[in-house]
Design a protein around this ligand. Structure first.
Ligand SMILES: *[C@@H]1O[C@H](CO)[C@@H](O)[C@H](O)[C@H]1NC(C)=O
Ligand SMILES: *[C@@H]1O[C@H](CO)[C@@H](O)[C@H](O)[C@H]1NC(C)=O
Ligand SMILES: *[C@@H]1O[C@H](CO)[C@@H](O)[C@H](O)[C@H]1NC(C)=O
Ligand SMILES: *[C@@H]1O[C@H](CO)[C@@H](O)[C@H](O)[C@H]1NC(C)=O
Length: 546
């Protein structure tokens, strides 16, 4: 008798445990979550239930952190349709949709799932430890809250567009800390040109996170060896999205605050609070198109705006009064119909311009890209899509270049310009490289002279010593020296003069202690840079190959 009662007791205990487990993170078709009850994810990271934000008395269904930062809400279902009392219930509709009803049967919100449910398979909803609320029909995913972000992007969420269903996952701020309805600020992956993330305040474009360049977002600091999170960008004919995943146990989330700040927040267990890991839009140059079309914003310059090479302020008076919005215009018009009428100016180290009006091809080379841009008269510039491994892919701009900023990274763009504007210009890299070469040679000249002088003296002395018995060897030495000179090229001064328009000032690219340095084009098409070595009756020249 005694034995049997113990057995029954154990059995009942087990039953309670089992049902507790089952009710933990899932509810099935016939179950509901009433206001006051919650569902907790398996690892107890997240909890879903009804809540009232801040001072508000309205009730909303939301998901919040449970293990850490208890009550910090990451997702809200009925953002636009609050419930005034505590009668809200989350349940399944007859068609397998997740619905919120109030006052018994008033429909407040529906998941509006588009995937059809097979009625012979059970439907369950489960809260995952990632913060994702998912509806399963057996093993088929029917609906998930990750597809409908509120103001928070959690690790593992896709941020972007599903091109098949047209679903656009974007971030929208709350109206206020007391009101989770859709506020003024939103971040959207814009796919009208090459995808880029845009930050809007209602209809006003506030800021732009540059397009993905293979390493990160153009214009956003990239940590190559980031130990905390990894970023992924996927672009194919089915979908375009960004996704970030945490690499360690560090917890982060990306949020757009009700007052318009987009930031990465990181949980610090020691202080039990979130701290701002990164703000995406921080300085003057992050304001969209501060310097107008063809302007460049440089945070280290005062004023920050300058015009691109070959451009001048459209409205000089306004420009000088620090109103840069009208931007810059070309000094010389383009000449597109003439095949050699236009060329390209390389601008180095920039956050690339707005790509809303752009065209791209992931497999083209930079050279093919240049050709494509040259052929299309609407094309204003081009660059590589992916800056890794010397660059690949092609991005063409088909409109004015907006929102370019100086940026300390290996991304260069090529700006269309009248060939006549490019004449007499060497682009800045070439200029730098030539000057470096010249300076290098200049700095080694004294050493060469000293070495040559010393060698000559030593040789003379040796010759004096060995004269008579070593004539043949000396001859050999001389011929060797001549062979070394074969690589040198000699130009007549008239050739050089012709290449430089008679040493025209427009060909001068710099001046050092030894004299001016010129640049020009020889008749055979080779580019030449040379130094007038004043003081000695000779001209030093360097061939420079493009
Ligand atoms: C749900 O409840 C209804 C009626 O109470 C019942 O007919 C049905 O079999 C139940 N379904 C499940 C999956 O338990
Ligand atoms: C679901 O569809 C209804 C009717 O089309 C619409 O009013 C409601 O806003 C939709 N709900 C959601 C969450 O999109
Ligand atoms: C992209 O460029 C490659 C190589 O030039 C070409 O074969 C391909 O058709 C292009 N794709 C599109 C969509 O234009
Ligand atoms: C330039 O290229 C774009 C994108 O391919 C195209 O829509 C436009 O018609 C082209 N314009 C001209 C003048 O060829």
């Amino acid at each position: 008798m005694e034995e049997q009662s113990t057995r029954i007791f154990i059995f009942i205990g087990l039953m309670v445990l089992l049902s507790d487990c089952a009710a933990l993170d899932t509810i099935s078709a016939n179950q509901t979550i009433k206001d006051g009850n919650t569902l907790v994810s398996k690892g107890e990271m997240f909890e879903i239930g009804f809540f009232s934000p801040g001072k508000s008395k309205n009730r909303y269904l939301g998901i919040w952190y449970k293990k850490i930062s208890y009550g910090t809400v990451v997702w809200v279902a009925n953002r636009e349709t609050p419930i005034a009392d505590k009668s809200g219930t989350l349940q399944f509709s007859r068609h397998g949709n997740l619905v919120i009803v109030s006052g018994g049967n008033h429909l407040v919100w529906s998941s509006n799932s588009t995937v059809s449910v097979q009625s012979n398979n059970p439907v369950v909803v489960q809260l995952l430890d990632t913060g994702n609320l998912v509806v399963w029909n057996k093993n088929k995913l029917i609906w998930q809250s990750f597809d409908y972000p509120s103001d928070t992007i959690l690790p593992g969420m896709k941020f972007g567009t599903d091109l098949v269903t047209g679903l656009q996952r974007c971030m929208t701020s709350w109206k206020s800390p007391d009101d989770p309805s859709i506020g003024e600020y939103s971040n959207i992956v814009d796919t009208s040109g090459y995808p880029q993330t845009l930050g809007w305040k209602s209809e006003v474009l506030l800021a732009r996170l540059g397009p993905w360049n293979g390493l990160g977002f153009s214009g956003f600091p990239i940590e190559k060896e980031n130990k905390v999170y990894s970023m992924e960008f996927v672009i194919n004919d089915k979908e375009i999205y960004h996704k970030y995943e945490l690499k360690s146990s560090v917890l982060q989330r990306v949020v757009v605050t009700w007052d318009g700040k987009t930031r990465i927040l990181q949980w610090i267990e020691r202080i039990k609070d979130w701290f701002v890991y990164a703000d995406t839009f921080v300085d003057t140059c992050d304001r969209f198109s501060l310097c107008g079309p063809y302007g460049i914003c440089s945070i280290n310059k005062h004023p920050p705006c300058t015009c691109m090479e070959g451009f001048e302020p459209k409205n000089p008076e306004a420009w000088d009064a620090s109103d840069w919005a009208s931007g810059c215009i070309r000094k010389k018009p383009l000449d597109c119909r003439n095949t050699n009428g236009d060329g390209f100016w390389k601008l180095e180290g920039v956050k690339v311009p707005d790509t809303r009006k752009s065209w791209y091809n992931v497999s083209m080379t930079l050279h093919e890209c240049e050709m494509a841009c040259k052929k299309n008269c609407s094309c204003t510039g081009y660059t590589s899509l992916d800056i890794r491994n010397e660059g690949s892919g092609c991005l063409l701009w088909l409109d004015e270049l907006l929102d370019t900023r100086e940026y300390d990274l290996d991304q260069d763009i090529y700006i269309r310009m009248a060939a006549s504007e490019l004449e007499g210009h060497v682009d800045s890299t070439k200029k730098k490289r030539i000057l470096t070469m010249v300076l290098l040679i200049l700095s080694t000249l004294p050493i060469i002279f000293v070495v040559a002088y010393t060698c000559r003296n030593i040789k003379k002395r040796a010759q004096v010593k060995k004269r008579g018995n070593n004539y043949m060897r000396d001859e050999k030495n001389t011929s060797l020296q001549m062979e070394q000179f074969v690589d040198l090229q000699f130009f007549r001064l008239c050739e050089v003069a012709m290449a430089t328009n008679n040493f025209n000032a427009s060909c001068k690219i710099g001046e050092g202690g030894f004299g001016p340095v010129y640049k020009g084009l020889l008749e055979d098409g080779r580019e030449i840079a040379w130094l007038h070595f004043s003081g000695v009756r000779s001209v030093w020249a360097f061939l420079y190959k493009i």
